[in-house]
Design a protein around this ligand. Sequence first.
Ligand code: AHG
Ligand code: MN
Ligand code: MN
Length: 335
Amino acid sequence: MNISLSRYLVEEQRAKGKITPELRLLLEVVARACKSISHSVNKGALGGVLGSAGSENVQGEVQKKLDIIANEVLIEANEWGGHLAAMASEEMDSIHLVPNRYPQGEYLLLFDPLDGSSNIDVNVSIGTIFSVLRKPEGGIDVSEADFLQAGQHQVAAGYCVYGPQTTLVLTVGDGVAMFTLDREQGSFVLTQEKISIPADTKEFAINMSNMRHWDEPVQRYIGECLQGVEGPRGKDFNMRWIASMVADVHRILTRGGVFMYPWDKREPHKPGKLRLMYEANPMSWLVEQAGGAATNGKQRILDIQPSQLHERVSVILGSKSEVDRVTHYHQSAQR
Ligand code: AHG
Ligand code: MN
Ligand code: MN
């Protein structure tokens, strides 16, 4: 018999005691919002959702119409349920408090409403990434400081990938489960559980066009991969780069691999391109829950204490042996 997302969550709450009823409601609401975003994505040009919105976000990136639509869908869906205290998003400069007219809950929700924006108009997989934290005890008013918790404190994390199928991938600290959207039923159905990333791999994902800007340890690692069977690794590697983190991470959760968006010399003051709180943290927890690893080259991503909501980070994640190797190359370069 099919197990729906709702039933999976009820079991995580009732039998396993992994989540509270409020967190269950929150995750149901996020899934409903993703379903709605998936419908807009599917309509494409017919729904008038493609192209630029003509505005910029706090990171100085041009916003696409779908970035804004997805952001609004997530906010509207999550405002009234009473499970949230506040939200934060890649597309909003500062945090969004739940309006006074609604009850205030115990959780904080962070999201990248539309990941892979450069792929929207070319009909390539994109997604939504989300992370849930508990509001710190005490104090009625919520502030940005309440969000600045290390990734290890997440209570739920996941993403939804809008590709040939719409797939929701979730962890509440009890392994990683994947749910496929059944459009006829209108519900997410459990299609894989206990996801496990193989420790070894022959596949890497990195934007090779930035090669000349990388630091020495990343140059060394990729250089060795490129030497193939004749080089120090003694095997041929394959490369994939979708330019949607959701889709690249989805491949890694499915068949292994290593994904990197390292620091580079183009903008040396920035630790990396990806954002810690709503991209790197949720993806790192999913990867760790599936037996993989995630670091910034020096330190486990989930241990990083954020100092800003939109803070960036260098990311190396995926198959454990490869991530350990890249991290080791960074450590030996430091010495
Ligand atoms: P976003 O669309 O939310 O800004 O994120 C895009 C990110 C990530 O999804 C992807 O891995 C990376 O940017 C792609 O970067 P390049 O354009 O440098 O390939
Ligand atoms: Mn993104
Ligand atoms: Mn985005």
